[in-house]
Design a protein around this ligand. Structure first.
Ligand code: MG
Length: 284
């Protein structure tokens, strides 16, 4: 212990003599700076992604190229949509504490949007959904600070399991499969049309629920995502329940499950959330 304390003391006094570390700079092109943390650089000690040449959160995977989207257009819900949030109240939602216990929703509603109150747990819809079309708008407050996965992190969790990442990806970098519009940990967005902090982003999501026969997976979940009107996921599969640094696996679940919004300890705003159930039997 004494030796450890000495080493720690030495390390502290050494770091005290060094000038403070410069804030991470943007690297040339799509390369994050080496001095940035692993949330920015990515990993090389993670498992291989099945069917891909990359590892989970692979530090060498190319970052999506930035694309400036067209200006925001307000898309009001069509007549057959279920409005999950119209700017007024959380009547369509319940809360879920960290650890999973149900609770009253604790996020705040003001000025037509709802905002994550960090570390109060997630929001979960009362209604359950399978195949669906989802419209959801989100904004990272301009006052947000942080880096990598630590700024504007939330997530749209289909069936409470399958996450499309929400993150500040206009000015901040992270590993390719962890930025805004990613099938988190599996598929980076095709391009990066993130708007700056303080502006509303839009996801239009088309989701096919996985199919099970008992415990056996018959068909994985598939997702198509328009991000600010730009295609970023084109019918891509989930490998299972979204998970950090690992390959997700499927656990059989009912055909319909709630939608949830992730609390990742950072304030993110949402508004204009509506969903349409897709009935495959209507395909004739
Ligand atoms: Mg997230």
């Amino acid at each position: 212990m004494k030796l450890l304390a000495l080493v720690l003391l030495a390390a502290l006094s050494l770091s005290a003599q060094n000038p403070p570390a410069a804030p991470p700079k943007k690297g040339p092109g799509n390369s994050p700076p080496p001095e940035a943390g692993d949330d920015v650089r990515g990993y090389n000690d993670t498992p291989q992604l099945p069917g891909q040449k990359w590892k989970v959160h692979d530090m060498t995977r190319p970052r999506p190229v930035a694309v400036t989207p067209a200006p925001y257009v307000n898309e009001a819900p069509p007549a057959d949509a279920i409005v999950l949030f119209d700017g007024k109240d959380l009547s369509q939602w319940t809360g879920q504490a960290r650890g999973g216990a149900p609770q009253e929703p604790k996020w705040k509603v003001e000025d037509g949007y709802l905002e994550i109150v960090p570390r109060t747990g997630k929001l979960v819809t009362k209604e359950k959904f399978g195949d669906c079309q989802l419209h959801i708008e989100w904004l990272i407050p301009k006052t947000s600070t942080g880096n990598g996965q630590g700024i504007g992190n939330s997530g749209v969790e289909l069936m409470t399991r399958y996450e499309i990442q929400v993150l500040e990806s206009n000015q901040h970098q992270t590993y390719a499969d962890g930025g805004a519009g990613a099938v988190y940990g599996v598929w980076p967005p095709l391009v990066n049309p993130s708007r700056p902090m303080g502006e509303w982003n839009v996801y239009d999501i088309f989701f096919e629920a996985p199919r099970f026969d008992g415990d056996k997976l018959l068909k994985p979940a598939y997702i198509t995502v328009l991000f600010n009107g730009v295609l970023v996921q084109n019918h891509k599969d989930f490998l299972g329940t979204t998970i950090w640094r690992r390959v997700g696996t499927y656990t059989a679940h009912p055909a319909e499950q709630p939608l949830s919004l992730q609390d990742h300890s950072q304030p993110v705003r949402f508004r204009n959330i509506w969903i349409r159930k897709i009935d495959p039997s209507r395909e004739q």
